[in-house]
Design a binder for this molecule. Structure first.
Ligand SMILES: [Zn+2]
Length: 323
């Protein structure tokens, strides 16, 4: 269980740097932990939090997993840690949640140690949420740390960004990703590992999730709908009704279009190999439709309209081969 409190293998250089700063008591008040999905940002944040809250860290600076602090952290009940997540029912994180979090950082901690708050993800704050956060960043309470997770740091307000120190999570090399995934999925063959990694843009934690039967089943369902759209068998309006992202919101919408995009690229690469240009055009068109739709999701456009528009674009290229 204590493995959860250690960084992932490819995070070793980052870990060396930041654990040394923690040991020296020189961790900045606010850290912006940035990087794409599925490469281990959460795992690194947990390791950092453990290093801050553990009472007897190991030689490498990581949490021991056994002391009262680590046990409370593992059980999700550490009184000096606040972890703010987006309410799945809501589109964003508002002012009240951020105020409560910042207020908790100003209280004396139960054992006179540090207080830690995580915002996961900070990208989800609305404008009032950012203003409340900014107050905390301008006047940081003593002995407190804010860890802000972000997939898209460049879209955060410059006033917030400039008051945080950036910790950019780097993705693993393809070999590191494959070796780690092979350890997690000993039952999978090399070909399967490489296929799910390619389908996750090399992000190993995302690949691990994609291995789950429910996800594999969902992707197969998406695939069937798209195949029928592109074959002209299913009108866009009807197809959009069959994609469950309409009910499940923004995150799954992004997952769907990312999946489309990755699938399109994989198809394009395959088509390049047999130099069938019509097939290539078709897959690239699918990729472009997915990118356009992802931008629409970012801009909070209507899911129904985005799906219809994407399917309309995907349908325009004639289908020439069965993949
Ligand atoms: Zn400990």
């Amino acid at each position: 269980m204590d493995a959860e409190l250690t960084p992932l293998p490819w995070q070793a250089p980052l870990w060396q740097h930041w654990r040394a700063r923690i040991s020296a008591g020189r961790l900045p008040h606010a850290l912006l932990i940035a990087g794409p999905a599925g490469i281990g940002k959460h795992r690194l944040v947990r390791a950092l939090v453990a290093a801050l809250l553990c009472r007897q860290t190991r030689a490498d600076g990581s949490g021991c997993g056994r002391c009262p602090g680590c046990r409370q952290l593992l059980a999700g009940v550490h009184p000096s840690l606040q972890w703010l997540r987006r309410d799945p029912e809501r589109r964003d994180i508002g002012i009240d949640a951020v105020r409560d979090l910042c207020q908790a950082l100003t209280m004396t901690s139960h054992d006179n140690g540090v207080k830690v708050a995580v915002i996961d993800p900070v990208d989800a704050l609305n404008i009032n949420g950012f203003n409340a956060l900014l107050k905390n960043l301008e006047e940081p309470p003593t002995a407190s740390h804010l860890l802000l997770l972000s997939r898209r740091p460049m879209v955060l307000p410059a006033t917030v960004r400039s008051r945080c120190q950036l910790l950019r999570c780097t993705p693993p090399t393809p070999e590191q990703a494959r070796d780690w995934l092979a350890e997690q999925l000993p039952q999978a063959g090399l070909g399967e590992l490489e296929a799910i990694l390619a389908g996750s843009l090399g992000a190993p934690l995302a690949a691990l999730q994609h291995w789950q039967p429910q996800l594999r089943e969902r992707h197969a369902r998406w695939h069937r709908v798209l195949e029928r759209v592109m074959a002209g068998e299913l009108p866009p309006l009807q197809a959009a009704g069959q994609i469950e992202v309409l009910r499940e919101g923004r995150d799954i919408m992004l997952e769907f279009f990312t999946w489309c995009y990755q699938h399109a690229l994989a198809g394009a690469r395959e088509a390049l190999a047999d130099a069938a240009s019509a097939r290539l055009r078709r897959w690239l068109q699918m990729g472009e439709a997915a990118v356009a739709a992802m931008r629409g999701v970012e801009a909070n456009a209507s899911p129904q309209l985005l799906l219809e528009a994407a399917f309309e674009r995907m349908r325009q290229t004639p289908r020439t081969a069965v993949d």
